[in-house]
Write a protein that binds this ligand. Structure first.
Ligand code: PGA
Length: 260
């Protein structure tokens, strides 16, 4: 097992107006002020990035966008670019979330363009992959995840991968209260790390953080993070409440293991 620092990321989706987001961010900042062994990132709506950036500045909480467009600027009504996110205080950006794939026409090819734009713009991308319930039942989990991974990372080099994170989010576990068992998650995480090793080498594969997402709560994070290839979580619903999210971050400290 690599020596990977856990990352707990909150995806606030289309929740929280700017004043509500400011309140949540302030509460998180005070609840997490003494957390040292876990990285924390929150991704508010674009309209709240500015106020949240001001609040988390100087704290250990990192800021992320929920999506971006690959052009730097131009006549693309409604879109936000990597330089805009960067200037708003973001260090991270979520790419290829299943809700983007389901409702907004995101494909592996568009996710790939966004990955490249994020890296070129100095942002750390979090690439989301994961199978639907039907795909799992049809025994397609590994081919689907492999396709999303290869598509999303196409043309990237090891240097780019050093900045990236992968989030495995089985679609059937998102917002449903149905978490994958830690064995189900570990099996796919291990598969993802194996594909990364094949394509980019062992060093990157060992360093890459792979997050699990899908109904993560303070009650299940400890058993997930105890698995060898699970390095944190991308949290939706439970990230909207300061106490729940802070409890997840606190419970995400890896148990000490003897791997000698
Ligand atoms: P959830 O969402 O925690 O509400 O299941 C996870 C996600 O979509 O990132």
């Amino acid at each position: 097992m690599g020596n990977r620092r856990p990352l707990i990321a909150g995806n606030w989706k289309m929740f929280k107006t700017a004043p509500e987001a400011a309140d949540l961010a302030s509460r998180l900042k005070s609840l997490l002020h003494d957390l040292t062994d876990v990285d924390v990132m929150v991704a508010p709506a674009f309209t709240a990035l500015g106020v949240v950036a001001d609040i988390v500045k100087g704290s250990a909480i990192h800021l992320g966008g929920q999506d971006l467009f690959w052009e730097r600027e131009g006549a693309y009504t409604g879109q936000v670019s990597a330089p805009m996110l960067k200037a708003a205080g973001c260090s991270h950006v979520i790419i290829g979330h299943s809700e983007r794939r389901q409702y907004f026409g995101e494909t592996n090819a568009t996710a790939n363009r966004k990955m490249k734009a994020a890296l070129a713009g100095g942002l750390m991308p979090v690439l989301c992959v994961g199978e639907s319930e039907g795909e799992r039942e049809a025994g397609q989990t590994f081919p689907v995840v492999k396709g999303q991974l290869e598509g999303g990372l196409n043309g990237l080099d090891a240097e780019g991968l050093e900045q990236a994170t992968v989030a495995y989010e089985p679609v059937w576990a998102i917002g449903t209260g149905k978490t994958a068992t830690r064995e189900q998650a570990q099996e796919v995480h291990q598969f993802i790390r194996g594909r990364i090793k094949e394509s980019f080498g062992e060093g990157i594969a060992n360093a890459l953080r792979i997050l699990y997402g899908g109904s993560v709560k303070s009650a299940n994070i400890a058993e997930l993070i105890a698995m060898d290839d699970i390095d944190g979580a991308l949290v939706g619903g439970a990230s909207l409440d300061a106490e729940s999210f802070a409890a997840i971050a606190r419970n995400a400290v890896r148990p000490v293991k003897d791997h000698s």
